[in-house]
Ligand binder design. Structure first.
Ligand code: NDP
Length: 314
């Protein structure tokens, strides 16, 4: 006699806010749900301040992620902290997931919410000074720079929010940006340009992070105040993210030229039963609030797929 296998209605791959919002709705809709993720929190957990999630005037990304996860876990959701290394489809159209810990898990649907990982600059000195001068999280490491000079690399929301946070500690904060106008949310831009501690260095890239036992200067590819060397004590890299869509690619899920999973407004991909939500998708506006909303759509689409019902959820 063959052993009966446990089949989930939906497995959510990803432990960020999108994944847990999706899990909560799927569980409320009565689906048997698992969330599987190597680490919990997602990239928003590194954000020092979220000021645009309705209901919270200002909250750290970590706290918001924790609140959403704790809320979800009030429902019957199985949580597996493990890395999915492979997803395939068997002859019964079930998705079969294999994990790093050599577990095999079966599900009728997948909600793919793997998000992104932080991009590295890939210049000499970046690895050498990691956590000893080179950082990717201003919230975590900004406090080491009281009264010192720091630089932030990047020109969008993360870089600008990091620069503002760092002004609480540092004497001076440079933003080094490769183009000629920063592009965060306008409200953030206005705060940056007025801030007395912030100086923006435009049209410049960092070629090397130089130093012996600690960082001495950044080698720039352009001159600033007559020098192409910028003396600083620490550097925060905030140059965006790489989309984590490799597992979907293996299943022939359609990706666009940025490797984002192509979805419709109901979070459906080209593979029936495989839904995707949040930063891993081709959504135009990537915010916590949009990820959460897309996750909820994915849960409902999964519910409709599993039950075959036309039930409208008002
Ligand atoms: P983005 O991808 O939006 O921006 C990355 C920035 O880094 C851009 O300015 C880019 O330059 C620059 N950059 C990329 N690669 C390099 C490189 N190799 N060398 C130098 N500069 C480089 O990433 P973010 O992390 O800022 O934002 C990601 C998403 O998260 C966005 O949608 C953002 O709106 C959202 N977000 C929301 C927050 C909030 O709601 N509070 C806070 C933080 C992020 P270029 O401009 O030339 O492309």
């Amino acid at each position: 006699m063959t052993a009966k296998i446990l089949i989930y209605d939906t497995i959510i791959v990803g432990g960020g806010v999108t994944g847990f919002a999706s899990a909560m709705y799927a569980a409320r809709l009565g689906l048997k749900v698992m969330v599987i993720a190597e680490s919990l929190g997602g990239t928003i957990a590194l954000a020092n301040a979220v000021e645009n999630y309705p209901g919270f005037i200002n909250i750290t990304g970590f706290e918001l992620a924790e609140k959403i996860r704790n809320h979800a876990m009030e429902y019957p959701i199985d949580l597996e902290e493990d890395r999915v290394v492979h997803i395939k489809r068997d002859e019964n159209s079930l998705f079969v997931l294999t994990t790093m810990d050599r577990k095999t898990i079966h599900s009728k649907t997948i909600i793919f919410a793997t998000g992104t990982k932080l991009k590295e600059l890939n210049v000499p000195g970046e690895k050498k000074f990691l956590k000893r001068g080179v950082h990717y999280c201003a919230l975590c490491d900004g406090g080491f720079y009281k009264g010192l000079n720091v630089a932030v690399i990047g020109g969008a929301d993360s870089a600008c929010m990091d620069a503002l946070l760092l002004t609480q500690y540092a004497a001076k904060v440079y933003i080094i940006y490769r183009k000629d106008r920063l592009r965060p949310e306008p409200v953030t831009y206005n705060r940056i340009v007025k801030h007395p501690k912030i100086e923006i260095i435009y049209k410049t890239n960092v070629k090397e992070i130089h130093g012996d036992t600690k960082i001495d200067y950044l080698q720039l590819d352009n001159f600033h105040n007559g020098s192409d060397k910028l003396k600083i004590d620490g550097v925060f890299i905030a140059i965006g993210h790489t989309v984590l869509s490799d597992l979907a690619k293996e299943l022939s899920v359609e990706l666009n030229d940025k490797n984002e999973v192509v979805t419709d407004k109901n979070a459906q991909t080209n593979i029936p039963g495989f839904f995707a939500a949040g930063d891993v998708t081709n959504g135009m506006f990537k915010q916590v609030i949009t990820g959460v909303g897309e996750g909820v759509h994915a849960a409902y689409s999964s519910y409709r797929y599993v039950t075959g019902t036309k039930f409208e959820y008002y």
